[in-house]
Design a protein around this ligand. Sequence first.
Ligand code: BGC
Length: 350
Amino acid sequence: MRALTVRPGTAGSLAVREVPEPPAGDGDLLVAGVAVGVCGTDREIAAGEYGTAPPGREHLVLGHESLGRVQEAPPGSGFAPGDLVVGVVRRPDPEPCGACAHGEPDMCRNGRYSERGIGGLDGFASPRWRVEAGYAVRLDPALHRTGVLLEPTSVVAKAWEQIERVGARAWFEPQRLLVTGAGPIGLLAALLGVQRGLDTHVLDVVTDGPKPELVRALGATYHHDGLDRAVSGAEPDVVLEATGVSSIVFGALSRTAPYGITCLTGVSAGGTRIGVDGGALNREIVLDNDVVIGSVNANRRHYQQAAEALATADAGWLERLISRRVPLERATEAFERRDGDVKVVLDLEG
Ligand code: BGC
């Protein structure tokens, strides 16, 4: 079958190639691929900066934001042919560490986890793939076009869970949310903020294209003229950072309301140095009981939370978040940045 592959560590190696059918060892469910999403991590892997091939192999099948339809499911698996499913990305480390042993590989302590389509395991950018029933999540059939947003939503659902668990250490009734970055993660974070009844503000830099309208359609407020203006009305109780831009990260930390919680989700490249008044920042965090959390990946529980969030979201809004659909054979086009792109997906059914 044809699949989107890359030779990790080699820039320019992204290609649709012939690969063997998915081996039975990949899982008891055989799934017909519907779509995969392309994100910043995929672009990093394509640029040779991230990712590892399965042991003993040169190539990795890309794609960790999956959507497919079950073709074959063994009796007792809890799945049936026709079910719309998404595969969980991360698998526990072989040891396993305490977190992995407790079903929370997203919190792995030794870093030896593997990730489908990213690190050590083939991904889902192929017309057929397999997954273990324990790592498959069933979706509402109504999400047959937009369920590919589940994986990024799971990342956001985990971030929200972390924020709420940290908030619960004392009295916590947040009113105002600032999301920095109106990419797919930022927009989905805003969606979940609005679903929680928060006064939601989103900061980005663009003034045209679909992002401002997508924010407004949620009933949230769009800001494009800098952090100072975005927080001038009131300081946020919660910041969900989704740019990874150093000046925004550190700027946001010092502009939260007392008991502010900042959750960082943007994976930045190192090498950028900025001037930070460390003493003032420390003082602000201490005197305000502020918290900064880093959050990555998601476990099965977060995928379930995300599935519920998507099932109750406006279908048209989710559809507009997917700004471009590219057939698998032309997959490399999905990696070119085009004006108006929000989430670009590969269509595996064409
Ligand atoms: C994925 C996560 C993954 C992370 C680091 C992100 O793009 O959504 O599932 O853990 O990359 O590899």
